[in-house]
Design a protein around this ligand. Structure first.
Ligand SMILES: Cc1cc2nc3c(=O)[nH]c(=O)nc-3n(C[C@H](O)[C@H](O)[C@H](O)COP(=O)(O)OP(=O)(O)OC[C@H]3O[C@@H](n4cnc5c(N)ncnc54)[C@H](O)[C@@H]3O)c2cc1C
Length: 394
C-alpha cells in the first residue's frame, strides 16, 4: 500500500514507524522540518540545557528503514479530485492513502505588537533569538531587564517560569551581576494558573511559583506590546523580554484549503469515527477536532489508531471506532517538584516530578529505539555550554 504522511512530528513519525513494520507498505513523509521536534523539552533548551534533547534528525530515525522516504517540502494545497498535494517547491505529490499531521502554530489573538516584540520558544530560531537577547543584555549592558515577563500560565508558561528563574540566577552569577534585582512576572488572563487543571492543583503550583520568587499575576489581560514593555489591564509594565506561551491555533493550511475540509469552531478538522476526513484521508494529532487534541500523547495515540485502522480497512475489515482518552498531565514547577493530575488522582512534589521523568522517557521511546531514547533522556540535563560561548571566549 502507498501511504503519504504530511508532517514529521509526534503523529507523523509514530504513524510512519508503525506502518513501516509491514514491508508491503511504501511510506512517504513530506515535511518542512528535517528534524523531529520533542516539544516537551523546549523549555529546558530555552533555559540552557542541551539542544540534542529536542531536535532529532529524521535521518537518524528513518535511514535504516527501507520502506520510508522523507521528502522536504511545505505542502500548500490539496486537490482531492486529482488526489494530489501541492508543495511550495512547485512539485505535486500524488497520494493513495493520506495522513495529515501538520501540528499547531502560535497565535497572538491579534494583540498589537506581540508578533513583533514578544519572544517564543516553539522553534530553534525562536530560542536562539531569546538566548541572544538574554546574553547580550547581561554581557553588553551589564544590566538586567526591569521585568522578565512570561505571558500564559498554562503548562508551558509554568514550567518555563520556574526554569527561567534558575537559568537567570545562573547567568547573573556567571556574569557577576549578583547585586542586581531579578524580577519574573507570570501573567495569565484566567482567574488562576493552570486553568484547565483543578483548583487545588492550581493553588499548589501558585504557591510553589511564589516560593521561587515569581510574581504571579492572574486575571490580567495583555492589551498591547512595544519595545519598552506591555500594557496589562490598563497598566504599563516595563520589559524588553516578553515571552509569549499563551496561544495556539490550528495550522493555517486548513484555513487556506477550507473548501476541502470541514472545520470545527476552533479551526480544527472535523473527523469521522475513524479519524478520517473522508475515505483514505486521515487527520490526526493537533489538527483533528477530538476531545484531547493538543497534546503529544494524543497525537501518538491517534497515530497508533490510524496505523491499525489503515491495516484493517486494507483487509476489508472495519476497525473499532476511535475513542478519545484523557491523558495524564504533569507539569514541572522546579527541577525536582511537579504537579500531576489524571482523573481523580492529584499529586504534587517529588513523586510527581519522578512521573514527569518517566513520561519523558516514554515520550522519547515512542519515537526512538530504546538505546537512542535512553541516551537522549539521560543527557537531557547536560548544560549547553555554547550558550555561554561569547563570555567563555573573553
Ligand atoms: C512549548 C510546547 C510544549 C509542549 N509540551 C507538551 C507536553 O509536555 N506534553 C504534551 O503532551 N504535549 C506538549 N505539547 C503539545 C505537543 O507538542 C503537540 O500536541 C504535538 O507535537 C502534536 O503532534 P502533531 O504530530 O499533531 O504535530 P507536531 O508534532 O507539531 O508536528 C507537525 C509536523 O508538521 C510539519 N509541518 C507543518 N506544516 C507543514 C506543511 N505545510 N507542510 C509540510 N510539513 C508541515 C512540522 O514541521 C512538523 O514536522 C507542547 C507544545 C509546545 C508548543
Amino acid at each position: 500500500m502507498n501511504i503519504t504522511i504530511v508532517g514529521s512530528g509526534f503523529g507523523g513519525v509514530k504513524a510512519a514507524l508503525l506502518l513501516a513494520k509491514n514491508k508491503k507498505n511504501n511510506i512517504t513523509i513530506i515535511t518542512n522540518n528535517s528534524d523531529f521536534q520533542y516539544y516537551p523539552g523546549l523549555y529546558r533548551v530555552a533555559t540552557g540545557y542541551t539542544r540534542k534533547q529536542v531536535w532529532v534528525p529524521l535521518t537518524e530515525i528513518f535511514d535504516h528503514i527501507n520502506n520510508v522516504t522523507v521528502v522536504t517540502d511545505t505542502i500548500l494545497a490539496i486537490d482531492k479530485t486529482q488526489r494530489r498535494l501541492l508543495g511550495e517547491s512547485g512539485l505535486g505529490y500524488d497520494y493513495e492513502t493520506l495522513i495529515m499531521a501538520l501540528g499547531a502554530v502560535t497565535t497572538y489573538f491579534g494583540i498589537p505588537g506581540l508578533d513583533q516584540f514578544a519572544y517564543g520558544i516553539k522553534s530553534a530560531s525562536e530560542i536562539k533569538r531569546l538566548h541572544d537577547k538574554l546574553h547580550s543584555e547581561f554581557m553588553v549592558g551589564g544590566k538586567l531587564d526591569a521585568h522578565y515577563v512570561i505571558v500564559g500560565a498554562g503548562p508551558t508558561g509554568i514550567e518555563l517560569s520556574a526554569a527561567l528563574m534558575n537559568y537567570l540566577k545562573d547567568l547573573r552569577k556567571h556574569y557577576k551581576l549578583t547585586d542586581q534585582k531579578l524580577e519574573i512576572d507570570l501573567i495569565e488572563a484566567a482567574p488562576r494558573v493552570l486553568p484547565k487543571m483543578s483548583e487545588a492543583t492550581s493553588a499548589k503550583a501558585t504557591k510553589r511559583l511564589q516560593k521561587l520568587g515569581i510574581n504571579v499575576q492572574v486575571g490580567k489581560a495583555v492589551e498591547s506590546a512595544t519595545a519598552e514593555g506591555l500594557m496589562v489591564s490598563g497598566q504599563p509594565l516595563e520589559s524588553s523580554t516578553v515571552i509569549w506561551t499563551s496561544g495556539v491555533a490550528n495550522n493555517p493550511f486548513y484555513k487556506a484549503n477550507e473548501a476541502s475540509f470541514s472545520l470545527a469552531k476552533n479551526g480544527k478538522v472535523v473527523v469521522d469515527d475513524y479519524l478520517r476526513l473522508e475515505k483514505d484521508i486521515y487527520v490526526i494529532g493537533d489538527n483533528a477536532a477530538t476531545a484531547y487534541s493538543g497534546l503529544a500523547q494524543t497525537a501518538v495515540r491517534d497515530a497508533v489508531y490510524v496505523a491499525h485502522a489503515i491495516t484493517e480497512f486494507s483487509k476489508h475489515r472495519t476497525p473499532a471506532p476511535y475513542s478519545a482518552k484523557l491523558p495524564p498531565v504533569v507539569v514541572p514547577v522546579d527541577e525536582a517538584w511537579a504537579v500531576f493530575e489524571w482523573r481523580s488522582i492529584r499529586l504534587s512534589g517529588g513523586l510527581a516530578s519522578l512521573i514527569r521523568l518517566a513520561a519523558d522517557f516514554v515520550g522519547y521511546s515512542d519515537i526512538l529505539p530504546f538505546g537512542h531514547a535512553l541516551k537522549i533522556w539521560r543527557n537531557r540535563r547536560m548544560k549547553d555550554t555554547a550558550y555561554y560561548g561569547p563570555t567563555e571566549a573573553n
